[in-house]
Design a protein around this ligand. Structure first.
Ligand code: NAP
Length: 512
């Protein structure tokens, strides 16, 4: 049996793992073809998880072992953009025609970019946290971006930053801004970002949420990590909102256990400076995190002083008919003006899922319509896992359970199809060309698993030279060159860079 998986991030790898470990599939799977648009695997773990969370990134070790063990079955095709030269229709035909029981698993995450505030001045004043995260993680499409006041050449310490949103990405951004440069230097963080963050020297952060603290999306562990990051942090909580009266008879929804635990953490540190605990107040100027609740940005302005002025309206919070807290701006309330350095105002208000052509989008739930992972309304056996399946939420560990559910649905569909046709599904037809041949015919340069291992070895080698976990290759063209077997010497000669330095060449599709 042959199946296809599109996307080699956490959802893709956990799907592969769940397929390989499913008792009913173990002796039947002949090929799992994994397609990834980047030349390198691991998606969100490599380019989304913060560099100062190396313990989370270590999950890639188990995926590497999996690829090693099942090398004869699982093939990796990196640098293959599905719906580019390889169409989704072609993949559906090849892996999901529903006749022979094979399936196509889409695990491409939230490809629709990040949510926008839609306020005047958003461009150019407000940066995307998603782009910032990709930049400090050395994503090849973002490595040349400019953040934190570097744009006008004025890099000054004592930076002031704003983060709009109350989720875990907002906390990641806050923590990275305050993180000690020496700690980042030993990680896989983009070295350009390490230098920029050090030069920025964040002194004051404002984190803005539109509802109250008990409705924040972040989790207690991540919040505590920020609060206890350094001994010189002072935490101030501002509640800018007012509450509308609760309609008689309405039962307000209670905060979940997760929300209650996060609230306890906030309360514990609010109004305090961690320096109180170590008694060094006299020697250290506190850096301050301001948490603003019940505020909505309504306008952003870039001042002559190269500072961004964010005008925020206090909100009235009210319970909707389901007892959930909602917000609306109070028209006549005095606005709150928060200022920060240009290039250091981030919106972190969630990601948007977009549907690959022909797939049904549920725009309310921000996911593809599916039933336990099976895409609804299609003849073909197409499945989704990860953020495409349930929207952009949940931590990486949730993705495993979610992939297992999708694979269980696939197996159940398979059983049903076999009962109906009285035939054992095989899912592979001998007359079809191999994927490699298809890609080569299309003139497509792809990276196989050995190619990735060559990139990986080079990145680790560069890391060792400067005492870091790894130094990522920052352009697609350099990745392709290394994957194709260019020696380090060739590589340096061709790219004009020394070990540990970054290339400034633009990405290009280089054949090898
Ligand atoms: P998220 O958890 O959905 O949080 C989005 C935040 O943006 C919410 O506070 C939301 O407030 C706010 N928001 C949305 N629209 C807004 C608007 N127009 N104006 C103001 N605020 C607005 O999304 P995320 O932080 O991007 O995280 C995505 C997923 O990745 C989450 O499941 C997260 O837990 C996970 N993640 C985990 C980790 C970790 O485990 N360390 C790290 C990073 C990310 P409302 O509630 O009012 O809508």
């Amino acid at each position: 049996m042959r199946v296809g998986v599109v996307g080699a991030g956490p959802a893709g790898f956990y799907t592969v793992q769940s397929l390989l470990r499913h008792a009913e599939l173990q002796h039947r799977l002949r090929r799992i073809d994994v397609f990834e648009s980047l030349p390198v695997p691991f998606g969100l773990v490599r380019y989304g998880v913060a560099p100062d969370h190396p313990e989370v990134k270590r999950v890639t070790n188990s995926w590497t072992q999996l690829m090693d063990r099942y090398r004869a079955i699982v093939r990796f095709y990196g640098n293959v953009h599905v719906n580019g030269r390889l169409s989704l229709d072609l993949l559906k035909k090849r892996y999901a025609d529903g006749v022979q029981g094979a399936g196509l698993f889409l695990c491409m995450g939230a490809q629709g970019g990040d949510r926008k505030l839609g306020i005047p001045g958003e461009t150019p004043c407000i940066e995307s946290a998603r782009a910032f995260v990709a930049w400090y993680n050395g994503h090849p499409d973002y490595a040349d971006r400019v953040f934190l006041s570097q744009r006008d050449g004025c890099v000054a310490g004592g930076g002031e930053a704003v983060i709009i949103g109350n989720g875990n990405v907002a906390l990641d951004v806050a923590r990275m801004l305050l993180q000690a440069p020496a700690r980042l230097h030993v990680t896989d963080c983009n070295p350009v970002a390490v230098d920029a963050l050090a030069a920025f020297g964040a002194q004051t952060l404002h984190i803005i949420g539109r509802r109250d603290a008990s409705n924040a999306s972040w989790t207690a562990r991540e919040l505590r990590e920020l609060m206890t990051l350094a001994p010189d942090l002072k935490v101030i909580v501002h509640e800018a909102m007012r509450w509308a009266p609760t309609p008689p008879g309405l039962q307000p929804a209670q905060p979940s256990r997760t929300q209650r635990r996060a609230l306890e953490v906030l309360r514990r540190y609010a109004g305090s400076a961690a320096i109180d605990e170590v008694g060094t107040r006299a020697q250290v100027t506190p850096r301050t995190i301001h948490f603003w609740f019940g505020l909505s940005p309504v306008r952003a302005l870039l001042g002559d002083d190269q500072r961004v002025h964010l005008i925020c309206a206090p909100n009235e919070l009210f319970y909707d008919s389901l007892g959930q807290v909602q917000c609306r701006t109070i028209q006549d309330a005095e606005p709150v003006r928060i200022t920060a350095s240009a290039g250091a105002v981030f919106r972190s208000i969630g990601y948007v899922v977009s549907a690959p052509r022909g797939l049904p989008l549920d725009s309310n739930q921000n996911c593809i319509r599916n039933n336990a992972g099976r895409v609804v309304g299609l003849e073909d056996a197409v499945y989704v896992a990860g953020w495409l399946k349930h929207g952009p939420r949940g931590v990486i560990a949730n993705t495993l359970v979610d992939a297992q559910e999708t694979v269980a649905q696939f197996v159940s569909d398979l059983r049903q199809a076999e009962r109906a046709t009285q035939a054992r599904a095989d899912g592979s037809r001998t007359h079809e060309p191999e994927v490699e041949d298809l890609l080569k015919q299309a003139g497509h340069s792809f990276v196989d698993w050995d190619g990735w291992l060559r990139i990986d070895a080079e990145e680790q080698h560069r890391g060792r030279l400067c005492g870091a976990d790894r130094r990522k290759i920052l352009t697609r063209s350099d990745m392709l060159r290394l994957a194709g077997g260019a020696s380090v010497a060739d590589y340096q000669q061709n790219s004009g860079e020394g070990l540990g330095n970054r290339s400034h060449r633009t990405p290009a599709d280089v054949a090898f």
